[in-house]
Design a protein around this ligand. Sequence first.
Ligand code: PRX
Length: 649
Amino acid sequence: MSNTIDNLLHEARRFAPSEEFAANAVATAELYERAAADRLGFWADQSRDLLHWHTPFTRTLDWTNPPFAKWFDDGELNVAYNCLDRHVLAGNGDRVAIHWEGEPGDSRSITYAELTAEVKKAANLLTSLGIHAGDRVAIYLPMIPEAVIAMLAVARIGAVHSVVFGGFSAESLRSRIDDAEAKLVITADGGWRKGRVFPLKDAVDAALANGESTVEHVLVVKRGENEVAWTEGRDLWWQDEIALVDADHVAKAFPAENPLFILYTSGTTGKPKGILHTSGGYLTQAAFTHKNVFDLHPESDVYWCSADVGWITGHTYVVYGPLANGATQVLYEGTPETPHPGRWWEIIEKYKVSIFYTAPTAIRSFMKIGRQHPQKFDLSSLRVLGSVGEPINPEAWMWYRDVIGGGSTPIVDTWWQTETGAIMVSALPGVTTLKPGSAQVPLPGISIDILDEAGVPVGKDQGGLLVVTEPWPSMLRGIWGDPDRFIETYWSKFGDKYFAGDGARYDMDGEIWLMGRVDDVMNVSGHRLSTAEIESALVAHPLTAEAAVVGAADETTGQAVVAFVIIKQNQLETAESIDVAAELRKHVSQQIGAIARPRDIFIVTELPKTRSGKIMRRLLRDVAEGREVGDTTTLADTAVMSSIQAKLT
Ligand code: PRX
């Protein structure tokens, strides 16, 4: 690992912005100066410039009760109005908001005027179903326009959405519904993925099958045309109901700190946390970063972020950032390789996409199958590329630039988290000289540092833990229903500084390199998973006595889930007669979702533990990555590792 870090930090390639790009760039170096001179004034200006406030704010930040921040808190706005109506009123109603591309090849282009009209009806529909400001609505949809419409309709009436990624299981959906006490679920019969319809309504039915729930209605968008079961009185077809409601809806203003959404993400314990974001600060930073980091010229650019709306990237850079900025964007339902391995590049050619934002794991899998696929398409419309979700290795960075970006497009590597709400560390195209593999510099108005374990800032060429040292507008406002966990997780290690959970280093220029999580959170294909959550799914299976999960380095997915499992004594015979690994993989899929399915499952008889009983995952990671096993002196029984290795070979 240290070799790799040395190689990374000696990456010598540099790419200065071209004169032409810099001359037309949205962001200028002056942003850094303005923010450095008056950080809060800078954010207040951004907020006033980028958003419409029904009631202007007079206070920028209230940090009198840290870590509970309030931004712009005496102002009032409507988030959906900012993403829709105001663009229509400004004369841009005919601009396409969404070029939607279904996986089977059907498509739909929706203008800002049309999207506004759809959201108004959906807002009336929600109100008619008894949804009021503050109520929670779970959204479990494929990547179809209704996902965006549903989110904005919830926002428009001041309610709170909790989008659950369509790949999560019924069990995961239920726990999120229960935690947020959602009154309504918006889903679809099914969506298209890999050439087939995957059922979603079935999962909602399964989620709600057992015990009382807070859900009063299930609104079902017709998309997959697959057969679904129906609960009379509870279930309603979206298309039928939308046809009945009033088309007019006036957006009411809500306080800046009105909750906008809850998004569940994995932490170090088995229970996902509901990250809470509010309105004015979140939308300010979403719009600011989307505009400046991607150099958005809304009148001419076509933007595409490949993330699903079920993740934070989809919230901020598919829904709120682009729509607040009046951008034209592509929304694609399916997978990159369906029906052929050049599907994404075909979409870029078709819509002349100029800004493209995706994850390193996708780039690495394209590298693997070869440049002949993208080379079949005309990608010359691309002028800015972005990367998010995990460190991008310099090799993938160069491939992205050369093969997708024609050897000239700037690449912005953007570091941020569900909790930060929006991009925090990134180059600014047109300003920053790019360095493959490094996320580089904090954005204007964002204060980042790297500290050692004792909380002392480290110097150049040194590593430590990444912190945010000052509150920022789109910061999480808490964990839903659990203020103690909020404080404990992020604010107990370094007091008033936000601890992100990432390791990082400064290079010789003082620029930032992300080194991966320092806690028990894994990053698989840019998706966050917790070792504890998968372990608890594994031990819930009747065969399993004990389980330990680690994230092992994987060439394509960044990390992969590797599980070590002990079978119960009285189940050994059963285990002999079946394919245990296949059975447990299926079980994890059902409990959490396919993304959490272990790549490898090793059946062992013991796990390496310290004298106090703590599993030493570091040693298991050595085994999973095929390395020599590190220091075992703190193990209660030092022979365990050799017995595990003997078992595996
Ligand atoms: O470890 C960091 C990694 O992804 C984590 C956040 O995951 P999530 O909340 O799911 O949000 C992902 C999309 C914003 C971080 O703690 N991460 C995210 N972006 C980068 C990254 N690691 C390195 N470089 C990045 N650009």
